[in-house]
Every structure is written in structure tokens, then in C-alpha cells.
Design a protein around this ligand. Structure first.
Ligand SMILES: NC(=O)c1ccc[n+]([C@@H]2O[C@H](COP(=O)([O-])OP(=O)(O)OC[C@H]3O[C@@H](n4cnc5c(N)ncnc54)[C@H](OP(=O)(O)O)[C@@H]3O)[C@@H](O)[C@H]2O)c1
Length: 252
């Protein structure tokens, strides 16, 4: 391998868009580090657990002193409210908190790269939902969509609060022919809809694959289905980002 070989870490790289990105980057000769919870994942970890996320991050940091790109895809739908061993609502823990932790724990390795980038694949640009400040763990009123929207807005704020050397990209791929379903009925409906309305996975991941080679110049870039999201959008509010950062630091 040449000394210019890039190292790319992908959370949720075992299926869907993460897997397609992993394959595209591996085909370019990168060292690709894939994290997933299933048995065949090269780096197996349940990213909804703080301890597991810390363990896998430490393992990756030990083996890869320089990381060029951290690409964050891991997510799962939880139809019913479930709690992690840390007592956190699972969507919040997996879809938001694991991304905060990986970005923070791998910051030294990212900082060691020439032009590092973090891509957080979520739902930027959407304004529905938000952080439920008086009950972020959704103990009183849980809904699967509400939990997804809250974690999506939290990821927007994670990008705004980012301070490391790596360029940060928030990316909303749009409805894509990927995604695991929590039950067969939702799965069948989604697959039928996806056949007519969703984008092929390769189209959705193309910008991500390119950002690894050419990180944007701006500290934060938000792209919603190909269009830049204005930094003044209310979901990218710096005061909310600081508030969420403070809450998150208390949690971990
Ligand atoms: N598909 C869409 O239409 C769409 C639209 C907008 C935004 N997005 C966002 O894009 C991202 C990727 O979506 P996708 O459709 O490619 O999803 P996907 O096919 O369902 O893949 C999700 C990935 O997350 C991993 N994962 C789930 N639970 C995990 C856990 N506890 N620990 C570690 N890894 C775990 C899965 O790996 P294991 O099975 O190995 O655990 C899998 O690799 C998500 O954040 C999603 O919200 C998707």
C-alpha cells in the first residue's frame, strides 16, 4: 500500500449506504474500517452502548494513528421505546450519541491526517421535530418518528458544535433504496415505495465518496438532497448546539 492510502472509518458500514460507500472506497484502494453490530462486521460493536462505542473507538485509534475520513451512517428504527444499558433511549444513543462519541474519541487520529473530513449522514435541511429539551430521553411521549426526528435535529446541532480540524459535512441523502425495517409489514411497504420513489444507493452515496478525496473548504457544510442548507436555518442554531453539547457532556 502506498503511504498516500487513505484510512476511512465507517459506522454502519455493513449494509445500505454505508456498505456501498465502503465498497466504493475500498475499490479506490483505501483502508476501510467498517463498524456494525452483526457478527460479520470487521469491527463489531453495539454503537447504542457508550462502553462498546468507547471500546471500538480505542481499538480503531490503536490500529490507525491517522484517519482521513469518519463517515457516520449507523441508525436503526425502534418502533417501541427501548433503553440501552446506559439508561438512554436507543434512537438517541445510536443515531446521535454514538456519532458524538466517535467524532470526539477519534479526533486525535483525524487531526493527524492532512485534510480530514467527517460526514454525518442524517436528515439535515428538514425542520420537523427537534430536541425535546425537557425530556430528551422521551420518557413521557415516545414515537418512532419523533425519536428519529429528535436525533436527526441533534445531529444537525452536532455539526454546528464541531470544533476539530476535520471539515464537517451534514448530508441528507433523500429517500434511498436502503434501510433495514423493524418489522415485515413496514419493510414490505417501504420496499414497494422505494421501487418507485427512492434513489439508487450508488447515487445517494456519490457525494460522500467524493468528499473523502475533496473535503469541502468550509468548516461546516450542510447538503440536503444536493442543495446547500443555509446556515441561518433554525435547526442550525449555535445556542441550541451549545445547549446540546452541555447536555451530552453531562451524559457521558
Ligand atoms: N434510506 C433512506 O431513505 C434515508 C433517508 C434519509 C436519511 N437516511 C439516513 O442515512 C443513514 C444510513 O441509512 P441506510 O438506509 O443506509 O441504513 P441501513 O441500510 O439500515 O444501515 C444501517 C447501518 O447501521 C448499522 N447499525 C444499526 N444498529 C447498530 C448498532 N446498534 N451498532 C452498530 N451498528 C448498527 C447497521 O449495521 P448492523 O446491521 O451490522 O448492526 C447498518 O450497517 C441513516 O442514518 C439514515 O437515517 C436514510
Amino acid at each position: 500500500m502506498s503511504i498516500m492510502t487513505k484510512t476511512v472509518v465507517i459506522s454502519g458500514g455493513t449494509s445500505g449506504m454505508g456498505q456501498a460507500t465502503a465498497m466504493a472506497r475500498a475499490a479506490r484502494g483505501d483502508r476501510v474500517v467498517v463498524i456494525g453490530s452483526r457478527a460479520d462486521a470487521p469491527y463489531r460493536a453495539d454503537l447504542s452502548s457508550i462502553a462498546e462505542t468507547r471500546r471500538v473507538a480505542a481499538e480503531i485509534a490503536r490500529e490507525h494513528p491517522r484517519i482521513d475520513a469518519l463517515l457516520l451512517f449507523a441508525n436503526r428504527l425502534y418502533p417501541k421505546r427501548t433503553e440501552t444499558p446506559d439508561g438512554l433511549e436507543s434512537t438517541f444513543a445510536l443515531y446521535y450519541l454514538s456519532r458524538y462519541l466517535l467524532g470526539t474519541l477519534l479526533a486525535p487520529q483525524l487531526d493527524a491526517a492532512g485534510n480530514p473530513v467527517i460526514v454525518n449522514v442524517s436528515g439535515t435541511g428538514a425542520t420537523a421535530g427537534g430536541v425535546v429539551w425537557d425530556d430528551p430521553q422521551l420518557t413521557r411521549r415516545y414515537g418512532m418518528v419523533r425519536a428519529q426526528l429528535q436525533a436527526g435535529r441533534a445531529n444537525d446541532l452536532l455539526g454546528v458544535a464541531h470544533t476539530g480540524r476535520a471539515r464537517y459535512v451534514l448530508y441528507h441523502p433523500g429517500f434511498t433504496r436502503s434501510g433495514q425495517s423493524p418489522n415485515p409489514v413496514i419493510g414490505a411497504v417501504t420496499r414497494t415505495l422505494a421501487r418507485v420513489a427512492a434513489r439508487p444507493v450508488e447515487d445517494s452515496v456519490r457525494p460522500i465518496v467524493d468528499w473523502v478525496d475533496h473535503p469541502p473548504a468550509a468548516k461546516l457544510t450542510a447538503i440536503d438532497r444536493g442543495r446547500p442548507v443555509p446556515p441561518t436555518l433554525r435547526t442550525l442554531d449555535p445556542a441550541d448546539a451549545a445547549r446540546l453539547r452541555a447536555y451530552t457532556e453531562r451524559l457521558v
